[in-house]
Design a protein around this ligand. Structure first.
Ligand code: ARG
Length: 585
């Protein structure tokens, strides 16, 4: 599900959109309607195919082929087409006029957004992502959420929406009693040293082990939770320390990753605690809340358990405590009523699907999501090891994210040293960081997020295939052409396509803005990845077939202009994915 309010106008430089804009009205007038969808698609046979005749003719009892021929002979498509051909049951194959493509390329080259459409009315989009848990290791699931969320933040911002980043960290709940007691037992400095190195799992496990062994520790932990909930000053200060030690570690990971999250974006579960009593009151007043086995629950319609019985969302446990659902309901209210959210994205792993859908359903039933406001679970699958099981470290523990990122940079350093021995140490380190981190991010973003993917160092760091290094290399290669051109005093002019390889490249370039819009509509960064890969591949074949610096002076300037547009488009697209494009590598 997407949100109509955040939909974008068509890209001004996409020839397919131009074709749709003339073909739609032509079909509409042919069948006596005010508008019609011409169903324009890219095509292998020509540049584009108009498929609308099939469905539209059926609706008005005409022959699709006859309708298609009628539209073609009306001349309506001539504004964009060099040639048209009615094929099969009534498809129209369209080859764009070369002058149209050249005009669009020139328009794209002077557009800072490179044809990416801008929202007519900017909306408020709240993106909930990353969300690791205090005093617990950030696992690869959090890596996925962080990387996907960061790309979505960049994409929604790039089309002019107001984006609110929220890092909904797990910083509240019963375990905090035991964690604070363990902190006191260790002494704050010892605890800080361990947690600072990212040994969050060790800390949590040790606290948990003590809790299971020692009734005395259990008792202290229980008392501590009560003190925490009551807002006791000393306890709150200890809790603050614990949170700060963890967020310091999270920030170190974010800095390595180069994502946009800062402390200003922290909106942990604790923040919603004061709002929960009011949430419960509003639920009770709405008449939706019922008692079940001493707990307060809501039955959202459409949710049943395995036996087909209605499934409750528990909003207050039998013991009187609030829970994850109460916190998420309060969070919806806060996002809609305080932040003015039009769209809320939850970049959270697939296992939380039922929880989130029940929360959204209850919020909608309670009237907390007015018309036009949408909540979307941007779900994702698992990261698997090469054995196709959940990714684990060699010792069998969950993988520490910093270690993973450091290894990426280390491996990239070796790859860069091999590829380009001429780089000095400082530049090699800088480029290796961009490549290593880019490779990890791209591996995550380039498959449909809902699918699991295998974490494979060799594949993600390869300089060919659908990888960040391949795209970064295509970009750097173009930049190096420009360095040589500058040495020879050669300047680019305006793009003008002649050869088939140039035409294929132009079509990929001109689709860029539409692909960005489509990736946003589906919260699907992999669509942008697929497009960038295609663009880089078409650039590679163009470069093999069409000499640039060795071409005739006039052609040379035009080809350089095409190259420049490719480099800018690659850098723009990689930028939306949160990936750097080095100038050389
Ligand atoms: N902290 C949670 C976890 O690690 C994710 C929170 C997602 N956001 C939310 N609003 N529930 O699983």
């Amino acid at each position: 599900m997407s949100n109509d309010r955040t939909s974008l106008p068509p890209s001004a430089v996409d020839p397919l959109a131009r074709l749709a804009a003339v073909a739609g009205p032509a079909f509409a007038s042919a069948i006596g309607r005010s508008d019609a969808d011409a169903v324009v698609r890219p095509s292998d046979r020509a540049d584009a195919q108009v498929n609308g005749a099939l469905a539209l003719a059926r609706e008005v009892g005409r022959q699709p082929r006859e309708l298609a021929e009628h539209v073609v002979s009306s001349g309506a498509l001539d504004a964009v087409a060099a040639s048209t051909e009615v094929a099969g049951p009534g498809f129209v194959n369209v080859t764009f006029s070369t002058s149209l493509l050249n005009d669009l390329l020139t328009a794209m080259a002077s557009d800072p957004h490179l044809g990416t459409p801008q929202a007519v009315t900017p909306r408020t989009v709240v993106i909930d992502y990353s969300a690791p848990n205090v005093a617990k290791e950030m696992h690869v699931g959090h890596l996925r959420s962080t990387v996907i969320g960061d790309a979505l933040v960049r994409m929604y911002s790039a089309v002019g929406h107001r984006v609110v980043k929220e890092n909904h960290i797990g910083d509240w709940g019963r375990p905090f009693g035991m964690l604070i007691e363990h902190l006191l037992d260790l002494g704050e400095d010892v605890a800080a040293a361990g947690l600072g190195q990212g040994d969050l799992d060790g800390f949590y496990k040790a606290a948990n082990a003590k809790f299971n062994e020692s009734p005395e520790f259990q008792e202290r932990s229980r008392e501590r939770v009560v003190l925490l909930q009551a807002g006791d000053a000393q306890t709150t200060a200890l809790w603050d320390r614990l949170v700060a030690m963890s967020t310091d570690y999270f920030n170190a990971v974010y800095a390595k990753l180069g994502v946009l999250l800062t402390d200003d974006d922290l909106a942990g579960e604790s923040q919603y605690q004061p709002l929960m009593p009011a949430t419960l009151e509003r639920l009770a007043a709405s008449g939706l809340m019922t008692e079940s086995d001493g707990a307060s629950v809501v039955f959202p319609s459409g949710f049943t358990n395995r036996d087909g019985d209605p499934l409750p969302l528990i909003v207050r446990a039998r013991t009187g405590g609030f829970n994850y659902a109460t916190s998420d309901l309060s969070c919806v209210i806060d996002r809609v009523e305080r932040l003015g959210a039009d769209l809320m994205l939850y970049v959270v792993g697939a296992p939380q699907q039922q929880h989130l859908e029940m929360v959204f359903a209850v919020a909608a039933m309670a009237g907390w999501m007015p018309d036009g406001v949408a909540a979307v679970h941007v779900a994702f699958g698992n990261v698997l090891g090469e054995d196709r099981k959940m990714l684990r470290s060699r010792s069998g523990d969950s993988v520490k994210l910093v270690d993973l990122l450091d290894e990426a940079v280390e491996r990239a350093t070796a790859a860069v040293a091999e590829k380009n021995p001429d780089l000095d140490d400082a530049e090699r380190a800088r480029v290796a960081h961009m490549i290593g981190i880019g490779a990890v991010k791209y591996a995550d973003l380039s498959t449909d997020r809902i699918r699991d993917y295998v974490f494979d160092w060799d594949r993600m760091l390869a300089f060919d295939g659908n990888t960040a290094p391949y795209l970064q290399y295509a970009h750097a290669r173009i930049r190096s052409i420009f360095r040589r051109a500058a040495d020879d005093g050669i300047e680019m002019t305006s793009p003008r396509i002649v050869e088939p390889a140039e035409r294929a490249l132009a079509l990929a370039l001109l689709s860029h803005g539409s692909v960005v819009a489509d990736s946003i509509a589906g919260n699907a960064p992999h669509r942008l990845c697929t497009h960038l890969f295609e663009l880089a591949q078409r650039f590679t074949s163009f470069y093999e077939q069409c000499p640039v610096l060795k071409a005739d002076p006039e052609v040379r300037g035009e080809r350089l202009a095409l190259c420049d547009l490719v480099a800018r488009t690659l850098a723009h697209g990689l930028g939306l994915l949160g990936i750097d494009a080095p100038e050389r590598m």
